[in-house]
Design a protein around this ligand. Structure first.
Ligand SMILES: Cc1ncc(COP(=O)(O)O)c(C=O)c1O
Length: 363
């Protein structure tokens, strides 16, 4: 029994549907479904269970990989940042994990560890993002060292796109350049290759190599100028809902909320909804951020509190009452729009739902 009305509904069929869309974009590629950060906040095992038709899972840590193995998932699992310490080597081998190798210290751990088991390593190439990865000119010698080692490795080559979701001409040029660099570095090698994230998968055909690595797309979010025409078929997985817990009229000139941030310019009917930053609703959402109450779009007013927000319902004061259902995102209200209003990205909102919000699965 959940007494507080704030709840996150997880629409399970939408995950399967979105995986189908990812596959349709890249029918000749394998799909590594990215389920890190607890399945982008949706619950890693819950998400993986719906994505069993993916060819593998991408996670950020050994802990996440072991969670999947302990639940019985036999898929390829790739540690996207590789190992954080050498002591993870035997665990990675025992659990048949694929590992990213992005720099010399990780390479040394592999070369120092002797095993008869063939490990799958994904060499990460820095094609311009300058976060993780060997530089292009290091790759041939890294491959040589792995091939000359006493252990055997199944090598893959990968990189990551920094701006594939952006539509400015400089971002498009940058992404094209990353693809070109990746091509140049990898064309001499017959190893499996992987470059695209969700945005690359949708917007850059040339980035779809042997493996694609969609994350946000699977959760039905991440619509950008660059991808919006392609995203019409995606279905949002999470719907964040709560209820109206107070309704009142205030007079012109009166204030609402902390800091007297919002002042009524006319007599106004306001509704208070039981959701706040203590649930993961963004505190920086500005006045005017849309909320759907019983399907009607109304604006947030004043500051977001820990447990509550206030909205202006003057236009619909006859239709909205205590107990009316409020959708904060999901369904007909795009999380990308809410993220924009809070000067953030949908990833942060999805990952930020706090533990006090029950997640309810919709079959
Ligand atoms: C290496 C790597 N590949 C793929 C992804 C998935 O990205 P997205 O959620 O934008 O599709 C991520 C996420 O950050 C990542 O770090």
């Amino acid at each position: 029994m959940f007494y507080r009305p704030a709840k996150a509904y997880i629409h399970l069929p939408a995950l399967r549907h979105n995986l189908g869309i990812a596959k349709a974009f890249a029918p000749n590629s394998k799909v590594l479904a990215v389920v890190k950060a607890n399945g982008y906040g949706h619950g890693i095992c819950r998400v993986a269970q719906q994505l069993v038709d993916a060819d593998g899972f991408g996670v950020a840590s050994m802990d996440e990989a072991l969670q999947l193995r302990q639940k019985g998932f036999l898929h390829r699992i790739l540690l996207l940042e590789g190992l954080f310490s050498e002591i993870e080597m035997p665990l990675a081998i025992q659990n048949r994990l694929d590992i990213v190798v992005h720099s010399e210290h990780q390479l040394q751990w592999l070369l120092n560890y002797q095993t008869t088991i063939v490990m799958t390593v994904w060499l990460k190439i820095d094609t311009g993002m300058h976060r993780l990865g060997f530089s292009s000119n290091e790759i041939p010698s890294v491959i040589k060292r792995l091939e000359q080692s006493l252990s055997s490795f199944n090598i893959h080559l990968m990189s990551h796109l920094a701006s594939a979701d952006e539509s400015s001409s400089s971002a498009i040029e940058f992404t094209q350049n990353q693809i070109n660099v990746f091509n140049q570095v990898t064309e001499k090698f017959a190893f499996p290759k992987s470059l695209s994230n969700s945005a690359g998968l949708q917007a850059y055909r040339a980035s779809r190599y042997d493996w694609v690595r969609p994350g946000i797309l699977l959760y039905g979010a991440g619509q950008t100028d660059q991808t919006q025409n392609k995203q019409t078929q995606l279905k949002p997985v999470m719907r964040l809902e709560s209820e109206v817990i107070a309704v009142k009229w205030i007079k012109s000139g009166e204030f609402v909320g902390y800091g007297n941030d919002w002042q009524a310019s006319k007599d106004t009917c306001i509704a208070v909804i039981a959701i706040g930053y203590g649930d993961g609703y963004p505190r920086h959402a500005v006045t005017g951020t849309p909320v759907l109450i019983e399907g009607k779009r109304v604006p947030l007013i004043g500051r977001v509190s820990m447990d509550m927000i206030t909205v202006d319902i003057t236009k619909y004061s006859d239709d909205i009452n205590i107990g009316s259902l409020a959708t904060l995102w999901g369904g007909e209200l795009s999380i990308d729009e809410i993220a924009k209003c809070a000067n953030t990205i949908c990833y942060e909102l999805l990952c930020g739902i706090t533990s006090r919000v029950p997640m309810i699965e919709i079959q």
